[in-house]
Structure formats: C-alpha cells, structure tokens
Design a protein around this ligand. Structure first.
Ligand code: PBG
Length: 322
C-alpha cells in the first residue's frame, strides 16, 4: 500500500520548507546580556566562547550601536560593583557603573530598549539575592531595597526593571515605588518562574554572585513544581508585571508553553549561561555543531511560546549579520 498523505512533499525544497515554517527566530526577538564592571577600557569575555561579556561603561556605546544597527531587540544590564556591602545602603555608589552604562547606551542607541537586572546577589558579600540575618534571607526588608534600586534604574532611563530575586511581593512594591516617583512609564519584566538551577554557574563567575553559604532554594523555585510555577506567574501579573520571564529555558519548555496558555502578557525566556556553555563545550569536544544546536534551541524556545529570548547568542548573531 502506497501512502496517500506524504508529509515529505512539504519538505522537498528549502523554499517550500521556509514557506511553511510555523515559527521563526529573528534578531528583533533577542536580548543580549552584559556585565557592567567598574573602570575604563575593560572588554573581556569571562572565558573564550562563553558569550559572557564584562564591559566597562565607556565601551558599552560601541557595542550597543552595533547591536542596534543589526536589529537586536535590546540589552540586559547586570551590575558588578566595585565594593560589596550587606546593609542595603550605599546603593547609588555601588550602581555608579550601571548609571554610566545606561547613559552611554542611550546616547549611542537612543531607542534600543534597556533592561536592567534588579537583585542583590552581585552587591552583597554573601552573594544571596536579598538581605540576610544569620542564615535567613529576609523578605520584606529585601523588597524595600530592591524597590529603591528599581527607582534609581528608572530615573536613569532604564526601560524595563527586571527583578530576578524571587522575593515575595516585590513586583507590587516596585510598581508602587515607581508610581510614587512619577515613573509610571517604566515597565516591569518580572522573573516570574525562576528555578533553583544548576545552569547558572558561568553567570555567577561573570557577576561574582555565587552564594557564600547555603543555596538559593528558599527563594528560587523547585524544578518539580508545575502548579507552583503557575501561581508565581499569576501573582506577578496581579501585582502589576508588564511582562513575564521563565528561566532556564531549555529545561522548562513545558512551563513556557503553560505560561503562554495561562495568560496573554508578553513572555520572555532566558537561555541561561549554563545552557549556552553546554552547547559550547559539546561543540568544542567535536560532538555537535554549535551553530545548528543554537538555532535549534532558540527555535524550540520560540515554539514553546516565548515572545522574546534573553540569550548570549544575540551578539554573535548580530555580528554574523554584519
Ligand atoms: C541574579 C541572576 C542570575 C541569573 C540571572 N539573574 C543568577 C542566579 O540566580 O544565581 C542567571 C543567568 C544565567 O545563568 O545566564 N539573581
């Protein structure tokens, strides 16, 4: 018996395949992370091929001009402060490189959206995402500091403040603080579903943010829980988040799909440092083709339902574009 339906007919040529592609990945939907370090003239990749770029503010301008010109969707800035402190005070001094970076980015590419990470892990000696008393990570006290940080970012012209700390109630508190300061136009991209994941290793090296004691399991989510992920999502929406993020991406494709179906807000996924590093390492070992693996991983994240992907691949894609 010969098959009457032959799906291979629609796969016959590149032109036909592209005609019927149900999803695509475009540069406009990618956001590139940068680690902003103190000093001048600094531009280094933490390890060759890691995709994790540490830049001083003065060199961000030329980077974003390139990315903007190629059509990248935005940049996500992480601050690496000169001095760490644990009392949540002196934020402005700690964030000074970031303030300069925002100014540089705006003057080099005025319309390129800027996202800035709101969290304390890079700013404290213990490396936890909130303030700490003994071994306890304080919630409400941390939320206050994170709200102050968000107001500073918004005043400097950051378009999206992005709380990634996973404290309870921070979205509502940040929204209220922004509005009180007349910053109604600043958006909140909330890391709504963020797993206590093994895939953040290379990032912590770049941001100097590994926890000094214990782990992040008392605030980041357990990988086992799908219903809890939905609660996180809904809560952040109710609290006033403009857009939501799921991370890591590849180990949570089902949760990205759930999130897509549970609400209509813009949905981000973060292809985190460890995901990128795994593909890099496998390619370096001669086991897979890096470019094809990357293309496939980004497509699968889009197919799962993400509108925008934060990825270390945005820059290399932009450079390849010329
Ligand atoms: C800060 C933060 C982390 C990442 C994004 N924001 C690290 C962590 O929670 O330890 C990870 C991103 C990556 O691995 O690329 N809290």
């Amino acid at each position: 018996m010969k098959p009457t339906v032959r799906l291979r007919r629609l796969r016959r040529t590149p032109a036909i395949r592209s005609l019927f592609a149900e999803n695509e990945v475009t540069l406009r939907q990618l956001v590139q992370p940068y680690f902003i370090v103190p000093g001048k003239g600094v531009k280094r990749e933490t390890r060759p091929g890691s995709g994790l770029w540490q830049l001083s503010a003065d060199l961000l301008g030329e980077e974003v001009r390139l990315l903007d010109h190629a059509g990248v969707g935005g940049v996500m800035l992480f601050g690496v402060p000169e001095h760490k402190r644990d009392d949540g005070k002196g934020l402005e001094a700690q964030l000074e490189p970031l303030r300069q970076a925002v100014t540089e980015s705006k003057s080099a590419a005025a319309t390129l959206p800027i996202f800035a990470d709101v969290c304390l892990c890079a700013y404290t000696t213990h490396g936890h995402c909130g303030l700490v008393q003994g071994e306890k990570i304080l919630n409400d006290e941390s939320v206050k500091v994170l709200s102050d940080m968000s107001v500073l970012f918004a005043k400097w012209g950051v378009d999206f403040v992005c709380p990634s700390d996973m404290m309870d109630g921070r979205v509502a508190s940040i929204r209220e603080a922004l509005d009180e300061h007349g910053l109604e136009d600043t958006s909140i991209l909330s890391y709504a579903i963020k797993m206590a994941s093994a895939f953040y290793g290379p990032f912590r090296e770049a941001a100097h943010s590994a926890p000094g004691f214990g782990d992040r399991k008392s605030y980041q989510m357990p990988a086992s829980n799908r219903r809890e992920a939905r609660r996180e999502l809904m809560l952040d929406l109710e609290e006033g988040a403009d857009a939501l993020l799921v991370k890591p991406a590849m180990s949570n494709l089902d949760l990205i799909r759930d999130a897509r179906e549970a609400c209509d807000a813009p949905l981000f996924a973060y292809q985190v440092s460890g995901e990128y590093a795994m593909m890099r390492a496998a390619a370096d070992a001669g086991l897979i083709d890096f470019q094809r693996a990357l293309d496939e991983s980004l497509m699968s994240i889009r197919r799962a339902g993400a509108d925008v992907i934060v990825t270390y691949a945005a820059r290399p894609y932009a450079l390849a574009r010329g």
